[in-house]
Design a protein around this ligand. Structure first.
Ligand code: NAD
Ligand code: TDX
Length: 359
């Protein structure tokens, strides 16, 4: 069954986690591209949520912000009842693997209970008529586990989550599929590889390293830096979500990835090379900041997505080469140092001390 929510029909979309990294790019894209859609951003504004990520669209007539928790059933039911929501783009999550190792229950609450709460609200609100409705769940490649030095994750790769974060995302994916099979809820899922780009919270590898290079602080690399990630520019991810939301098949899963694998060590070396040039530093000087630290517990070796289905069915491909995307990302951070220092001086400062002090 295909579902093409028309780009020209009025819709009310609930985007969850719209103040976070990917959510803010997604919200901006939809608010600007579809001025006749009403967009409600439900975000709890945890440490990772930042309304300044959306400053340029906060006064748009089709954009509305609601502060709240996706696991708050009363609030979520009220939003569905009051706004005749026709689509959900569910982005809200606890998203950092290291935090999931120290506080797994927070991941169960938001990622599992929060997703189930939204699914129940959608089912109840839409049960009289599922037509022209979509519940789109934004997920990760980490649900598939860890690859050896060869091979790829496909849509039918068996789930094998290995961190509390990926276990909670896998569980949420299972709930979404269960609601499709059990109740017929019109769902779609995408599983994407590592994103990078503007507004990325500086606890993740790339923005953390950019911030530390600017400040001449050590660049912590877990283990030997041999772990491999498949990096995708965030604007390419949200462009894929737009296409899948409007043209993807109900009940289907789509993998999204960059075909762009880097070991952490090579990635940080490339970052250092570009930043030395931009900061007018002597070539090789930032690389000296590299500091090998204790490995992450249960550190997945390699992720690599096969996104052929998305390309063949819906025509999506990444638009940027990595060096170009990294160049754009570094330029954004260098021009937005106030954003960076505001974020770093907040609650995150305590987390950083705790996380790296013990290593
Ligand atoms: P993020 O941590 O930057 O943002 C998460 C947002 O969700 C924040 O605005 C936060 O305030 C909000 N939030 C957290 N708990 C909430 C709750 N209980 N109720 C309401 N809002 C809450 O995350 P991100 O990196 O932008 O990831 C977004 C989604 O994409 C997640 O579902 C994640 O699993 C998935 N994903 C991320 C990546 C990546 O590389 N970052 C890759 C693939 C998939
Ligand atoms: O200081 C660091 N040093 C280091 O070597 C940090 C923060 C990370 N790393 C390593 C761990 C990973 O191999 O770099 C790699 C990337 O780490 P993260 O940026 O924490 O991302 P990752 O664990 O791969 O998970 C990310 O991609 C998939 C997102 O955080 C998830 O939300 C997404 O689902």
């Amino acid at each position: 069954m295909y579902f093409y929510p028309s780009k020209f029909i009025m819709q009310t979309l609930l985007i969850t986690g719209g103040a976070g990294f990917i959510g803010s790019h997604l919200t901006r894209l939809f608010v600007q591209k579809y001025p006749h859609y009403k967009i409600i951003n439900l975000d709890a504004l945890t440490y990772a949520g930042n309304l300044s990520n959306l400053k340029d669209i906060e006064n748009a007539p089709n954009y509305f912000f609601v502060k709240g928790d996706v696991a708050d059933a009363a609030l979520v039911n009220k939003l569905f009842a009051e706004h005749s929501i026709t689509g959900v783009l569910h982005c809200a999550a606890e998203s950092h693997v290291d935090r999931s190792i120290s506080d797994p229950l927070a991941f169960v609450k938001t990622n599992v209970v929060g997703t189930a709460t939204l699914l129940l609200a959608a089912k109840e609100s839409w049960k009289a008529d599922y037509s022209n409705k979509v519940f789109y769940h934004i997920s990760t490649d980490e649900v598939y586990g860890s690859l050896g030095s060869t091979g790829f994750f496909y849509e039918n790769t068996a789930y094998d989550p290995r961190s509390p974060y990926s276990a909670s995302k896998a569980s949420s994916d299972h709930f979404v599929r269960a609601f499709y099979h059990t109740y017929g809820l019109p769902v779609k899922i995408s599983n994407c590889s590592n994103n990078y780009g503007p507004y990325h919270f500086p606890e993740k590898l790339i923005p953390l390293s950019i911030n530390n290079i600017i400040q001449n602080k050590p660049l912590p690399i877990y283990g030997k830096g041999e772990n491999v990630r498949d990096w995708l520019f965030v604007e390419d991810h949200v462009r894929a979500i737009d296409i899948i939301y409007h043209k993807g098949k109900i009940g289907e899963t789509y993998n999204i990835g960059g075909h762009n694998e880097w070991t952490n060590l090579n990635l940080i070396k490339e970052l250092c090379r570009q930043m030395d040039q931009k900061l007018g530093r002597e070539a090789g000087s930032s690389e000296k900041l590299i500091s090998f630290v204790k490995d992450r517990a249960g550190h997945d070796l390699r992720y690599a997505i096969d996104a052929t289905k998305l390309k063949d069915e819906l025509g999506w491909m990444p638009s940027l080469q990595f060096e170009e995307g990294l160049n754009k990302t570094i330029d954004w951070y260098l021009s937005n140092q106030q954003w960076l220092s505001d974020v770093v001086s907040g609650h995150y400062a305590d987390y950083y001390e705790e996380q790296y002090h013990k290593r």
